[in-house]
Design a protein around this ligand. Structure first.
Ligand code: SF4
Length: 204
């Protein structure tokens, strides 16, 4: 049973036209994601440790889906793969933060992930651990700058100050990953945005 705060988040996400559901564990969420995807649908995937750790790409490959994920591509082909992912039938990713009032907050370096969340694929499935819940937009940005970006910068061995110190220095480096901040307040018309909120800590 979801706790009071999670129930409030779910209620507000649904009020904002997202299709939000609660899952008590990641295995249940994984089964639900696979059930949402029809045979022959192509899949785009945004950069996401949650999706990677769930190994959803492997299950989908085994089922014969065409997968477009730049994480699996040769560096010289990554931009082309990002473009194809944005044109796929279904897009899978997570969200850097979900606010209690039911919005999604994300920061991107290139923008392929955030833009595909609201324009491009008609169906988007976002899998999100409850560790991503924040009270409001300000707390969401703070979470991203103090937890998500430093962890990702370290993982990717980027030459940014946060990779070395674990803190945001609002840098001007070439490899800065905080270039685009997006708050999705309501699911746009004609777009099916599913949010599977999992009662576990997933990703960063
Ligand atoms: S602005 Fe620079 S230092 Fe701050 S989190 Fe982003 S990449 Fe790291």
């Amino acid at each position: 049973m979801a706790n009071f705060k999670v129930q409030e988040v779910l209620k507000n996400l649904n009020k904002n036209n997202f299709k939000a559901k609660y899952f008590s564990n990641v295995q249940e969420a994984k089964t639900a994601v696979l059930n949402e995807i029809a045979p022959n649908q192509s899949i785009g995937i945004g950069g996401s440790m949650t999706i990677y750790d769930m190994a959803l790409h492997k299950e989908l490959q085994d089922r014969g889906h065409k997968i477009y994920w730049h994480w699996l591509a040769d560096p010289s082909e990554r931009n082309e793969v990002r473009t194809k992912a944005a044109d796929a039938d279904v897009y899978l990713c997570s969200s850097n933060a979900v606010t209690v009032d039911g919005t999604l907050v994300n920061i991107d370096g290139i923008g392929n992930r955030v833009s595909s969340m609201f324009f491009g694929p008609k169906k988007v499935i976002i899998v999100c651990g409850i560790n991503k819940i924040t009270q409001d937009f300000e707390q969401a940005v703070d979470r991203i700058k103090t937890i998500v970006c430093p962890a990702n910068a370290k993982r990717l061995k980027l030459n940014t100050p946060c990779a070395k110190t674990g803190k945001c220095h609002d840098c001007y480096t070439e490899e800065r990953m905080c270039n685009i901040t997006v708050k999705i307040e309501r699911a746009p018309a004609g777009r099916e945005i599913h949010i599977f909120l999992v009662d576990e800590s997933l990703g960063f």
